[in-house]
Design a protein around this ligand. Structure first.
Ligand code: FAD
Ligand code: EPU
Length: 348
C-alpha cells in the first residue's frame, strides 16, 4: 500500500511522528461528507480528530485524518438559562473564556482542558469537581455514510465518568457536529473538589476560579509542546466498597473518593507506589509531579514504546494492588481504533 508522507507530528499531543495517507482540515459539514464518500468508496479508513490530545498512534495510519474545524457559537436566553448551540470544531478552552467574557458562568472549573468541543462530549471531560455532562442538553451527530443527522438528549448520551455512548460499539460511527449546552443564570461556585475547598472563605467569582484552576493546571500538568503527553493515560479506578475498605486498611494514605456503591482511587498514587518516576524506558516515563501522565520525554519515542510502558504500569499496579487500570487514551493502529482490551487485560 502506498501512502503519502503526510506527517502528523504537530497534530497529536504525544508528539509522535506518524505518517498518514492524507490529512484534511475541514470547516463545514459538506466538505466532511464529500471527503468521507470519496475515500470510503476507495476503502480508506477515515478518522475525525479534534486536536489529537487523547489519542495514541501505535504506527502509521493508512487512511484519512479529518481535523474538524466546523465553528460557530449561537446563544439564546431564557428566564433562567443561557442556551448555547456550539459547533463541534470550536476549541474547548476558548469557549470557556468566551462564556466568561460574555458573563455566562459555570464552565470555569473545566478551564484549560485541551481539545475541541465535539471530542469533549465523547469522553465527558471532567476536572476539579465538574464534568461537561452537567451542562449538556443535547449532542447532534451525523452518520457520514447515510448522511442522516440525529439528536441525542443528555440522557441518551449515557454519560459516566470519562465515558459516553459515543465511545461504544455502534455509536462510534457518528461524527459529532454540534452540542447544546445550558448554563444557569444563577451562578453557584463549584468548590467541592478537595483542592478548591479553601476558596470558600474568599469572595469568590467565576473569573477567580478560572484563574486559580489555570494556575494549578500549569503547575501540575506538563505542556505537550515540551513533553509529549495526552493528559491522564489511565482512568482513576472504581472498586467495590468491600475491596476498597480492605485496601484502605493496608494503605491508609491512598487518596480516594466515595461514589455511589464504589470507591474511586487515585491511579496516580498507585502508580507512584510502584516507583515509575525512576523508570525511563526508551524515552518514556511518568511526569514527576503527576504519575498518571505518561511522557514522551524527549519527543522521539515511538507509539509502541509508550504502549509498552503503559502495559508495564498496568501489570505492576495490577500485581501489587490487584487493581487493573483502564486506559483513558484511545489507541489507534494502522486502520483505526484498537480495542484496549487486547493489551490491557487482567491476566489473573
Ligand atoms: P482527539 O484526541 O482529537 O480525539 C479523541 C477521540 O474522539 C478520537 O477517537 C477521535 O476519533 C474522536 N473524535 C474527535 N472529534 C470527533 C467528532 N467530532 N466526532 C466523533 N468523534 C470524534 N481530559 C479531561 O477529561 N480532563 C482533563 O483535565 C484533561 N487534561 C488534559 C491535559 C492535557 C495536557 C492533555 C494533553 C489532555 C487532557 N485531557 C483531559 C484529555 C483531552 O484533552 C480530552 O479527552 C479532549 O476532549 C480530547 O479532545 P481532542 O479534540 O484533542 O480529541
Ligand atoms: N496523586 C498522587 N500522586 C500522583 C498523582 C495524584 O498521590 O502522582 C494524588 C494527589 O496528591 C491528590 C489526588 O491524587 O491527592 C488527586 O490528584 P489530582 O487532583 O492531580 O487529580 P487526578 O485524580 O490525578 C484527575 C483527572 C485529571 C484532572 C484532575 C483534576 C482522571 C483520570 N484524571 O486526575 O484529568 O485534570 O483530576 O480534576 O480522572 C485527564 O483526564 O487527562 C486529566 C488530566
Amino acid at each position: 500500500m502506498s501512502y503519502i508522507n503526510n506527517s502528523l507530528k504537530i497534530l497529536n499531543t504525544f508528539n509522535l511522528k506518524v505518517n498518514v495517507y492524507k490529512v484534511f482540515i475541514i470547516k463545514n459539514l459538506q466538505k466532511l461528507c464529500q471527503l468521507w464518500e470519496k475515500y470510503e468508496k476507495k476503502c480508506y479508513p477515515c478518522l475525525v480528530l479534534g486536536e489529537g490530545s487523547n489519542v495514541l498512534f501505535l504506527n502509521n495510519f493508512y487512511g484519512l485524518i479529518i481535523f474538524n474545524r466546523i465553528k460557530g457559537i449561537y446563544i439564546r436566553e431564557s428566564k433562567k438559562y443561557w442556551d448555547l448551540h456550539v459547533n463541534s470544531g470550536e476549541n474547548w478552552h476558548k469557549l470557556v473564556k468566551f462564556t466568561l467574557k460574555s458573563k455566562i458562568y459555570g464552565l470555569e472549573n473545566l478551564a484549560l482542558i485541551p481539545g475541541r468541543v465535539g471530542s469533549a462530549l465523547i469522553q465527558n471531560i471532567g476536572a476539579y469537581g465538574s464534568s461537561i455532562e452537567n451542562f449538556c442538553k443535547y449532542v447532534d451527530v451525523i452518520d457520514p455514510i447515510s448522511k442522516k443527522i440525529k439528536r441525542f438528549n443528555n440522557k441518551d448520551c449515557q454519560f459516566k465518568y470519562r465515558d459516553s455512548i459515543f465511545k461504544h460499539k455502534n455509536y462510534k460511527k457518528y461524527v459529532i457536529i454540534s452540542v447544546g449546552l445550558f448554563l444557569s443564570k444563577k451562578w453557584v461556585p463549584n468548590l467541592k473538589y478537595f483542592s478548591l475547598k479553601h476558596l470558600e472563605n474568599y469572595q469568590i467569582t467565576p473569573q477567580k476560579i478560572f484563574n486559580y484552576i489555570c494556575n494549578i493546571r500549569k503547575k501540575r500538568i506538563p505542556h505537550p509542546k515540551i513533553y509529549g503527553n495526552a493528559g491522564s493515560f489511565f482512568k482513576n479506578p472504581c472498586i467495590s466498597l468491600k475491596q476498597g475498605f480492605k485496601l484502605l486498611q493496608i494503605f491508609p494514605n491512598i487518596p480516594y473518593t466515595l461514589q455511589n456503591n464504589c470507591i474511586q482511587l487515585s491511579a496516580g498514587w498507585l502508580i507512584n507506589q510502584c516507583n515509575f518516576k525512576k523508570y525511563l524506558y526508551k524515552g518514556v516515563t511518568v511526569y514527576s509531579k503527576q504519575s498518571l501522565i505518561i511522557l514522551n520525554k524527549f519527543n522521539n519515542s515511538l507509539g509502541i514504546d509508550i504502549l509498552n510502558f503503559a502495559i508495564k504500569i498496568y501489570n505492576t499496579v495490577g500485581n501489587k494492588f490487584d487493581i487493573w487500570l483502564e486506559p483513558e487514551v484511545r489507541i489507534i493502529g494502522n486502520y483505526g481504533e484498537i480495542n484496549p482490551l487486547i493489551y490491557f487485560k487482567n491476566k489473573k
